[in-house]
Design a protein around this ligand. Sequence first.
Ligand SMILES: [Zn+2]
Length: 147
Amino acid sequence: MTANANSPISNAMTSRQHAVLRALSQARGFTSAQSLHVEIRSSGERIGLATVYRALHTFVASEIAHTMHDADGTQLFSIAPANGLGYHLICRECRRHVPVSVGFVEDWAVHVASAHGYTDMELVIEVSGQCHTCAASTPRQQRSSSC
Ligand SMILES: [Zn+2]
């Protein structure tokens, strides 16, 4: 993978990539390639799932989209926000996501990487858990009284 943030993807985007980008933009939060595939096909566009995947991975490499994995290991995608809040706190159950700022972590990562002579650093942060709504609706299996 040699793609980087400077690749002129928007200039060279195919109509199918545009369709994927449009569907991804309209999705609320993180969504799977399968869901986007169904969404695009229902709008009349003829597109294969592999094409959807290829477009999504191109978007991720170009930092147009973000990716994460849900509790089942399914890869999910979301448009990267343009406001600098590039990371999300994600609920593994309902996929509710909250944009979070991690500027201090980026500062630390850049410092550590450069201290070791590394360049072209890539930082991947995935913070997932259970949101308060899901936590409240999940019955506790066993409440321990010993602690
Ligand atoms: Zn939730």
